[in-house]
Design a protein around this ligand. Structure first.
Ligand SMILES: NC(=O)c1ccc[n+]([C@@H]2O[C@H](COP(=O)([O-])OP(=O)(O)OC[C@H]3O[C@@H](n4cnc5c(N)ncnc54)[C@H](O)[C@@H]3O)[C@@H](O)[C@H]2O)c1
Length: 417
């Protein structure tokens, strides 16, 4: 029996003990079950893939009957156990060798291991196997699923149209457990049905309301939490434009017309404050949950706890006629930069994407003439970006934890001064 299988068993046993301390009975029994199963890999019984399947099935059943507050922890434990399992399978541990007595625990995972090892059956014959990597090992994912998305619960605002709709669909296709499609338009209900038909499971959930309404925001998070588990992805994409020059001279009177302050407030309320608060709402809930579980500063081996991706715009660099919109989008850069620094304490990543002109009702409202004269000539691709391209980039930002900061997704936008 290899040293690292013993170490893994130690580790799982340690986790099971910790689970008892925190009162997570179900998790404890599941981990103990794993502890019992693993020696079977090396000795006799079903093949690794059969066992793997059984464990996965047991896990799915358990998750369904587990209280909401326990699900996230269970998910993490599952990931870690599967990581270890994957490693063993990769290292060729599946053999007919008997299992030796446990040796000293090693650092195969982040949590401290328990003092005692479970009793193990078998003889002494050892087979040299390389040491397990001392870093976080990503779990195997089903085909088409994406890391940080698979089995996660997401909230997408502005989901009835354009970029929001494309992101919601993409998250569902990449294996999210549930996606809340938030929009003030009831069109979101039909879209949720369509997505569910397309992906063949009930993943999309429509939530009709105004993103600037705090009560509505809290209800969406509460509903998601109660029905599907903690929200760990937020893409606040709802946005509006109210374009006009900041100062315009009335030809007849010669008087200056100033961009209305009320309109400015409306644009910043929807495009700046609301997205920030939808992001912060998730961070707050993750932080509270961690506090409840006695967790302090996030540690890398816990894996990422949540991701926020804001929708900026190339207009954040300044765009004629978009004083309020440009201010809101530039403001989101500051929000993303600040939240990035604050929220990682709780394990939450934050980023902002800056789309160029994308083929959605928002960009089409500019009119074909405007697009032909003022947009396409200054876009290297000489076409509008497809919403699916922005969605793909957003999913990349979510699933690749090494990505941070800002991503410009502008098809080569290089406007004249
Ligand atoms: N289309 C582009 O060229 C482009 C470029 C850069 C950035 N963006 C940004 O991407 C995001 C999505 O834009 P889009 O082009 O898909 O726009 P869109 O107009 O197609 O969709 C926006 C959606 O937001 C919803 N919405 C607006 N205000 C809301 C509110 N208060 N509450 C709930 N829902 C609300 C609308 O009903 C609509 O369904 C926006 O933040 C936008 O600023 C778009």
């Amino acid at each position: 029996m290899s040293t690292q299988l013993n170490n893994l068993l130690d580790n799982l046993y340690g986790r099971a003990q910790q689970a008892t301390e925190t009162g997570l009975q179900l998790q404890q029994s599941l981990l103990l079950e794993w502890t019992r199963c693993l020696p079977g890999f090396t000795a006799r019984g079903p093949s690794v893939s059969d066992r793997y399947g059984q464990l996965q099935e047991a896990w799915s059943r358990s998750v369904l009957s587990t209280a909401r507050a326990q699900r996230e922890l269970l998910d993490q434990q599952f990931d870690l156990a599967i990581n270890s399992l994957d490693f063993l399978v990769g290292a060729g541990v599946e053999s007919s060798e008997p299992v030796a007595e446990a040796e000293a625990p090693a650092s195969t995972a982040a949590q401290p291991v328990a003092e005692k090892s479970p009793p193990l059956a078998g003889g002494e014959k050892a087979k040299p196997v390389p040491s397990p990597p001392e870093r976080e090992v990503a779990p195997e994912l089903p085909v088409g699923a994406a890391r940080n998305i698979y089995q996660k619960v997401a909230v997408v605002t502005g989901a009835a149209s354009g970029i929001g709709a494309a992101v919601a669909r993409d998250l569902a296709e990449r294996g999210a457990r549930a996606v809340m499609l938030v929009d003030r338009s009831e069109g979101v209900e039909d879209l949720a049905k369509t997505i569910n038909e397309e992906v063949g499971r009930e993943v999309a959930v429509a939530k009709v309301g105004d993103t600037t309404d705090e009560g509505f925001r809290k209800r969406v998070f509460n509903d998601a939490d109660e029905s599907y588990g903690m929200v760990t992805i937020v893409v606040p994409a709802a946005g509006i434009t109210r374009d006009a020059l900041s100062v315009r001279i009335d030809k007849e009177t010669g008087k200056a017309q100033i961009y209305p302050a009320e309109t400015f407030r409306q644009v910043t309320e929807v495009n700046l404050l609301a997205p920030i608060y939808w992001g912060i709402e998730m961070v707050a809930r993750i932080a509270e949950d961690r506090k409840r579980r006695g967790l302090k500063r996030w540690e890398p081996a816990e894996t990422i706890q949540g991701v926020v991706v804001f929708l900026g715009s190339v207009s954040s660099q300044g765009n004629k006629g978009q004083i309020s919109y440009a201010v809101a989008k530039a403001g989101l850069e500051g929000a993303a930069a600040t939240l990035t620094k604050e929220a990682i304490f709780h394990g939450v990543r934050c980023g902002i994407i800056h789309p160029g002109f994308t083929d959605t009702p928002m960009a089409r409202a500019l009119g074909q003439d405007f697009l032909d004269k003022h947009v396409l000539p200054y876009t290297q691709l000489r076409r509008l970006i497809r919403p699916e391209e922005i969605a793909d980039a957003i999913c990349f930002m979510i699933s690749n934890s090494a990505v941070s900061g800002e991503l410009w997704c502008d098809a080569g936008w290089h406007p004249p001064a």
